[in-house]
Design a protein around this ligand. Structure first.
Ligand code: NAD
Length: 297
């Protein structure tokens, strides 16, 4: 059945996601502050509108894909809560801090509105291709309503728990990813210094207990393992700046919750150092160059 969907935030990720909803036959009313993003979304079959409120006013679903917590807070509290029909389901897919996700979800609830946090794993290619993984926080009945809409943009839609749980799952996962990537880079750097052939080390470790996604799906060494950003000069992929953003969210949440995360804190410090040295736009596996001493901006 065709639904009216308001979509706000048509950047690298939101542009492709909104296009997939339009492709599935939904009436997508799209808004972004950028005129260029609005033009692209029109070409992709969405209806560009002049404000977030206009995108939302007749919507059965509202999807947002914004940069950070402050944008989410201002768009929902400043515009959407007053504009949406009472029956609408609000779905925030941005990656934001757990505290803001819970606070905005609670203000929605106080107004009688249904809301879920639904951050994604997967980058721009997955957004364009409709193969994202969604981690959803919110009430079971709200998850059930969100699932068929999110499934049009993704390959997996998982209920993580109550409000804020989607964000919690996302940042815990990405903290693990940041730490395993650095550990994998260190292992290759050590292996090289000890005179091991890196393909041989890969063949051994990828079938031994050091194996992880960072090694076998995203190997940081050019020419070793499957094709990855390392084989393209560390361009494309998942930018170190975005990894750093997610690590900062994880460390902030850990401090709030009283969780001890020394490896995560080290990963944050190393990605911060890499960003300071000019690595922010490089894929996050490029941090191997910081560790082996070959980095120059
Ligand atoms: P982006 O900067 O490309 O897009 C954000 C868009 O939001 C921009 O087009 C901007 O103009 C728009 N925007 C900002 N404030 C607005 C407002 N008040 N009203 C309307 N539009 C507004 O960012 P992105 O890469 O698409 O990422 C979006 C979110 O997805 C972020 O939270 C990011 O952490 C997360 N994420 C990104 C990736 C990735 O690989 N890029 C992967 C997973 C998750």
């Amino acid at each position: 059945i065709m639904a009216t969907i308001g979509f706000i935030g048509l950047g690298n990720m939101g542009g492709g996601m909104a296009a997939n909803l339009a492709k599935a036959g939904h009436d997508v009313r799209a808004f972004d502050l950028s005129a260029e993003a609005l033009d692209r979304t029109k070409a992709a079959g969405c209806l560009p509108v002049g404000s977030a409120a206009e995108a939302a006013k007749e919507a059965e679903f509202v999807v947002t894909m914004l940069p950070a917590g402050k944008h989410v807070q201002s768009v929902y509290e400043g515009e959407l809560f007053d504009a949406v029909p009472a029956s609408a389901l609000l779905i925030d897919c941005s990656t934001i801090d757990v505290a803001t996700a819970k606070a905005v979800g609670a203000s929605a609830g106080a107004k009688g509105l249904a809301m879920v946090d639904a951050p994604v794993s997967g980058g721009i290619a997955a957004a364009n291709g409709g193969t994202l993984t969604f981690m959803v926080g919110g009430a079971t009945e709200h998850f059930a309503r969100a699932e068929p809409i999110l499934a049009l943009m993704g390959k997996a839609v998982i209920h993580a728990g109550g409000l804020g749980s989607g964000q919690a799952a996302k940042i815990a996962n990405n903290m693990l990813l940041g730490a395993t990537m650095i550990a994998t880079c260190e292992a290759f750097t050590l292996a090289a210094k000890l005179g091991l052939d890196l393909q041989t080390f890969y063949d051994i470790s990828s079938q031994a207990s050091g194996q992880s996604w960072s090694m076998t799906s995203y190997c940081p060494v050019p020419g070793v393992g499957p094709e990855t950003p390392a084989d393209r000069g560390y361009e494309g992929g998942f930018a170190s700046a975005l990894m750093l953003k997610d690590l900062k969210l994880a460390i902030g949440a850990a401090q709030d919750a009283g969780a001890s995360v020394p490896m995560g804190a080290n990963a944050e410090a190393l990605y911060q150092a890499f960003a300071n040295l000019g690595g922010a736009s490089k894929d996050f596996s490029a941090i191997i160059k910081l560790l082996d001493g070959s980095w120059s901006a």
